[in-house]
Design a protein around this ligand. Sequence first.
Ligand SMILES: Cc1cc2nc3c(=O)[nH]c(=O)nc-3n(C[C@H](O)[C@H](O)[C@H](O)COP(=O)(O)OP(=O)(O)OC[C@H]3O[C@@H](n4cnc5c(N)ncnc54)[C@H](O)[C@@H]3O)c2cc1C
Ligand SMILES: NC(=O)c1ccc[n+]([C@@H]2O[C@H](COP(=O)([O-])OP(=O)(O)OC[C@H]3O[C@@H](n4cnc5c(N)ncnc54)[C@H](O)[C@@H]3O)[C@@H](O)[C@H]2O)c1
Length: 446
Amino acid sequence: MKKYDVFVFGTGIAGKVVARNCAQAGLAVAIIDTREYGGTCSQRGCDPKKIMLAPIEAYEHASKLHGYGIATMPVLDFGQIHQYAKKYTQGIPAKTEKQLQDDGIACYRGEAIFKNPHTVTLNKTDIYAKTFVIATGLITRPLTIPGAAFLKEYDDFFKLLKAPEKVVFIGGGYIALEFGHMLARAGSKVAIIETGNRILKNFEESVTLKLQKITEDLGVDIILNARASSVETINGRYVVNYGKEDGIHQVTASEVFNTSGRIPAVKSLKLELAGVVTSKTGVVVNEFMQSISQPHIYACGDVSSMGLPLTPLSGLQATIVANNILGKKEELQLPSIPSAVFTIPQLATIGLTEKQALQQGHKITVLENDASNWFNVRRIKSDGYQYKIILEKETEAILGAHIMGAAASDQINMFAIAIKAGMNMEDLKSTIFTYPSWGNDILSYK
Ligand SMILES: Cc1cc2nc3c(=O)[nH]c(=O)nc-3n(C[C@H](O)[C@H](O)[C@H](O)COP(=O)(O)OP(=O)(O)OC[C@H]3O[C@@H](n4cnc5c(N)ncnc54)[C@H](O)[C@@H]3O)c2cc1C
Ligand SMILES: NC(=O)c1ccc[n+]([C@@H]2O[C@H](COP(=O)([O-])OP(=O)(O)OC[C@H]3O[C@@H](n4cnc5c(N)ncnc54)[C@H](O)[C@@H]3O)[C@@H](O)[C@H]2O)c1
């Protein structure tokens, strides 16, 4: 029987970091993936999405400044955009596998299944390990509606060679908004069906409603308080039926995407045979990222029950897992994690919303303004700008920051630094920033 010190499931950011750190420290490590090596973020998530966004942002800038120095409009070519992202992603599986092999890691492919807490079976062969790491990420939540087989998933977006004529997204979260903004600018007619009463329901309401309005003005049809009930094909087109309070409605589409959320990828591992406890949010772990029921089995990244499913946290958790396997006892101190939706303009958040701050009993001061007429917005003729900052009333400590604007994903990082450094709003505002930058705008937040 093959024996390893560490056996890692998943070659995304989380699995890769654990495997490499442990192998570089001299442990015998094996890793396995059911798909191409390299995981979601680099191949079908954050990075290719941002690459595709680059020409779309350039086009957007040009269209806003058309007649203000841009004399002729450029032409957006979705096929070229697809190729641009593909060129970036296509080398990743081979490069990832080579890095792992160069570190002396045994690389497997396929579906290994737990037989007992220390053994997995792969292609009828048993493999023993002292320690296991589950880093299998998330998969699209299956919708159990008639016609669900017609639905595309997030990774199909990266296979599109042209912008479809009409696209429907079922679910109005991160993925629908980011993809919808790109496709709408590339010429698709976009509709989003959302069960809630607004998009991006975990974000601060006022700034999100501003983005919702901008998205509608872009031509995206946002259908709220609606639940998709079935998908049919009629004359080569899809018809999505959805229920609202007043009955069943229909929308037609050339492509329909299931963007209704993502669930932990644990089903095929047979974790129950290893005695590993899971919940709806993934493998239940303690502060050392160990399974609460089997301490020699760790979980990190999106599949762990700890924190938001975002790349920076996955990397942090993986480093902690590796340190714990290597005997340096380290706890995950969940930091304030910023998050951004890469629409145009962007939406970014950190910390508590106003509602959460009040629910937690804080006495608060709120700095809020529609800053759409500020210099930086007028300069690039962007669609809008709004912020809401939640402060502890007495100390001015920053409890939460929420920004909708062209550079929100970077501005929010300044709040992340301030929160980590224990700076209050006055400290932040007494810092000298470059002028006239988006960062400097923060000095005028009131
Ligand atoms: C479209 C999209 C855009 C995103 N954009 C952002 C962004 O802008 N910023 C951000 O912070 N986050 C973003 N995310 C989230 C980010 O991609 C994840 O947080 C991150 O990839 C998680 O890394 P991971 O290693 O935990 O999982 P993954 O990268 O998903 O890796 C898990 C790996 O495990 C493999 N696997 C699954 N099941 C098994 C099994 N049974 N056995 C072996 N291997 C298995 C998978 O094939 C995969 O390779 C985005 C996600 C999506 C879908
Ligand atoms: N920029 C980023 O950081 C980024 C980008 C993309 C994805 N992600 C990660 O991926 C995760 C998943 O993203 P997502 O967009 O798939 O999910 P999400 O959880 O952000 O949004 C899903 C939405 O679908 C709605 N919904 C659920 N069932 C529905 C139904 N039957 N009909 C209509 N609406 C329905 C929900 O109310 C919710 O608003 C995110 O939580 C995030 O962590 C991050």
